[in-house]
Design a protein around this ligand. Sequence first.
Ligand code: F0G
Length: 447
Amino acid sequence: MANDTAYQKCINPACAAEFDCGQAMFKCPNCGDLLDIKYNWDKIEVPHKMSYFSKRWATRDNRFDFSGVWRFRNLLNFCEDKYRVSIGEGQTILQQNSLVAKELSMNPKSLFLQYEGLNPSGSFKDNGMTAAFSHAVMVDAKSCACASTGNTSAAVALYAHSCGMKCTVFIGTGRIAFGKLSQAMDYGANTIQIQGDFDDCMKQVQDVCTKLGLYLLNSLNPFRLEGQKTIMYRIIEQLGWEVPDWIVVPGGNLGNSSAFGKAFAELKELGLINKIPRLAIINADGADTLTDLVNNKKLTWNNGNVDEKIINEYYDNLTAMNYSPHTIASAIEISRPVNLKKCLRAIDVCNGIVMAVSDDEIRDAKALIGKFGLGCEPASAATIAGLKYLLADGTIGKDERVACVLTGHQLKDPNVTVNYHKDKMGQYSNAPIEAENDLEQIIKLIK
Ligand code: F0G
């Protein structure tokens, strides 16, 4: 069933167990650590240059060439065509945004916004789901599940219904933006609201999947991350196959940052790029586990020998305090990120940095992107809020080329947007003006 081009491997160097891709697991059965997808590159047709992929634009009548994920299938070659699921994901654009750049006092040509809101379910998640669902079909899964702050549930529901699979999504009560909840319900997901936060849902869904044999679609699933690598391929494609100096990404469950680090490590190993960009991962202040662990507790990848004592003590402390994360950027309201270790590896590969921004900074950055860009949801705007700091303290030079990943569509969370403008919460607030139903009065109000 599985082909011989790829296999699964435990990331813990002391274990390093290997499994074929015909098995559905979301953790190493030997030691419980995370799994990676590895490739036998000598058995794959690997292009000599990234520009090889440009030719697939000419054959877009083949739906796998049309897909912004499968167009790069040589670099995520874990399944045969017949298992592939695709609904047109990855038709995204990298917008050079001189107006936002000017507001940030950057070189107007240096800022690029990778807009993932154009995906079928309105967020970057579809990149991962097309890959994970292809694997689910390959292993003949009948029913699947995920925990979610909203976007994962929307994407899972959409892909599940498109391939006739049952799905159950777990969300924390009151923790999900309405745009996302409406999608899960509309796409027909069995939606379970747990009294708790995302971390509680994440724990429950793992137990439920193990007990009931459901296919898990959170980013613990290593096949999902393979699809998310393509966000980086599309950025460099749109830069004429050049690598930017920086990638800026919001950090939640840390799937994206992990996938991006893996993408660049592989491209470098294959000789397809000559430099690896630096990675800046931005947390929200109210959900800043990664920032705290990396910047204050000095947690590092350490060649795979991550100091688990530091992590366990940190989590024990959260439990003792009965801590629950809180941020307006509900998508990244996560305090126990499941991909923490892989993210540490990405930081190591990309000479990465981590920081956190406040909710007020996220709101202002979101309105700035709305005013001059394509609009995005709050979590995505953490990138621009973080970039502002990194420019100010000189970490990022104003002439360096920066690509910020705008992970989700503006309409995912209209409440945050409307409240910001209507309640005049920040410098870009643009409240509607009340007018009498009178022509003279209305004309006076038009500036
Ligand atoms: N941005 C958006 C819009 C998201 O929905 C998420 C994660 C992230 C950023 C964080 O990405 O987990 O790869 O670090 N949302 C998940 C969900 C957790 O359930 O929809 P990450």
